[in-house]
Write a protein that binds this ligand. Structure first.
Ligand SMILES: CC(C)(COP(=O)(O)OP(=O)(O)OC[C@H]1O[C@@H](n2cnc3c(N)ncnc32)[C@H](O)[C@@H]1OP(=O)(O)O)[C@@H](O)C(=O)NCCC(=O)NCCS
Length: 367
């Protein structure tokens, strides 16, 4: 036994029990200086697809010193719906880092994911040591995401920049560039024509049952290989309506009465609403809806409208092209997309260009 092992009580790994929620939330809150509640933990790990989530807790002397969660998410992969795990809440107490604890917890979590019938585990991370740790666990790490931003109003945009996590130099650079970016965005938007009917509001925002599923079926017919959320009313009710922290707005566009685009926006930070999902049939539908959104968010005094997209994917490229026409800038996202196939069936689900990444759990706070 090494000196270190003698000093530290043995580590025990166990699945989280419902009564552990306050302790687990407190462990994360202590580390991040946050004030999350057990409601949020229950919403993530208990309310959706009950019995399918995974949450491994490491304890030393009874105290929580590490966590690894997997939220169960159903994805559509080439005409099939598969259960997958969204990696969440990777955290090791500072006093226990660098000893391979995360790797141990993760291997245990992956085994439980397989037991639940999950076929893949995926997530996003901006953290270099996490990227290295995940590569050691057999994950593919892909830098395929871009973040698109339209500057809508300069004063509020300067506030957004000032409150961002950028370095002082980064913030100064962005502040200096803001008036030019605003002028350019405004000029690009001025000529945009728009013949779509649009609507927005809290879910279901006037949409009839089955309309959203029909939109995704349409998208699947055009791009049969696309990997995307099994987006339906049940999922949206949980993800959007029952979300304990964020306020969401659902936008939609119709052409000749038919639903041709939807966008889901996290409006918790009114100065910079973030589009979490923008699914559409044709590029002009995405452009039409984005144009309406930029108009309305400009009028409501937002500083910027932002979204993420996969630049290696046809759908993502169409969205970025539509956005460019409306004065959005894009830059590489900080987070990598990470994915591991755990079904070992040789399916091509690992190809990042197949993934419609914008909606896969981006909360919109990583600006
Ligand atoms: C990322 C994290 C979960 C890794 O946990 P871990 O159990 O320390 O993982 P490892 O033991 O594999 O060590 C990870 C790296 O930290 C290095 N390290 C060594 N001692 C360390 C210490 N005292 N403190 C921090 N890192 C240390 C390790 O050498 C290793 O480096 P390498 O990747 O170059 O080999 C942990 O650092 C953490 O909780 N970070 C904060 C939360 C976070 O960033 N989560 C990921 C978000 S997706």
């Amino acid at each position: 036994m090494t000196e270190t092992n003698r000093e530290v009580p043995p580590l025990e790994l166990a699945p989280a029990r419902p009564e552990d929620a306050p302790e687990l939330v407190a462990f994360h809150n202590r580390t991040y200086g946050a004030r999350r509640t057990s409601d949020f933990w229950n919403w993530k790990y208990r309310d959706h697809l009950p019995g399918k989530s995974v949450y491994v807790v490491a304890r030393s002397g009874g105290d929580v010193v590490g966590t690894q969660g997997m939220i169960p998410i159903r994805l559509c992969l080439a005409e099939r719906v598969e259960l997958t795990g969204k990696s969440e809440n990777s955290l090791v107490d500072t006093g226990f880092r660098g000893r391979g604890l995360w790797n141990r917890m993760y291997r245990e979590a992956l085994a439980q994911c397989r037991d639940r019938g999950m076929t893949a585990v995926w997530g996003f991370t901006p953290v270099e040591s996490a990227r290295r740790g995940l590569a050691r666990l057999g994950f593919a790490i892909h830098d395929v995401m871009v973040q698109a931003v339209a500057v809508l109003n300069t004063g509020p945009m300067l506030k957004v920049i000032w409150n961002s996590q950028e370095s002082i130099l980064g913030r100064l650079g962005a502040a200096v560039a803001t008036p030019g970016a605003w002028c350019w965005s405004k000029l690009r938007r001025r000529g945009s024509k728009n013949d779509i009917e649009y609507g927005c509001g809290p879910f279901p925002a006037g949409l009839a049952t089955g309309e959203i599923a029909a939109l995704y079926e349409h998208i699947d017919r055009d791009s049969p290989d696309l990997v995307h959320l099994d987006m339906n009313e049940e999922y949206l009710r949980w993800r959007v309506l029952e979300h304990p922290r964020f306020r969401h707005e659902l936008w939609h566009a119709r052409r000749n009465g038919k639903l041709v685009a939807i966008a889901l926006v996290n409006e918790s930070q009114l100065l910079r609403p973030a589009i979490l999902e923008l699914a559409f049939v044709e590029q002009r539908d995405a452009a039409g809806l984005l144009a309406r959104m930029t108009e309305l968010y400009t009028a409501s005094g937002a500083g910027a409208l932002t979204f993420w997209a996969n630049r290696t994917n046809r759908h993502g490229r169409m969205l970025l092209a539509a956005a460019r026409g409306l004065g959005f800038f894009s830059r590489p996202a900080r987070s990598s997309f990470v994915v591991k196939d755990i079904a070992d069936s040789g399916e091509p689900r690992m190809d990042p260009s197949r993934w419609l990444l914008s909606a896969l759990w981006f909360e919109g706070y990583a600006v």
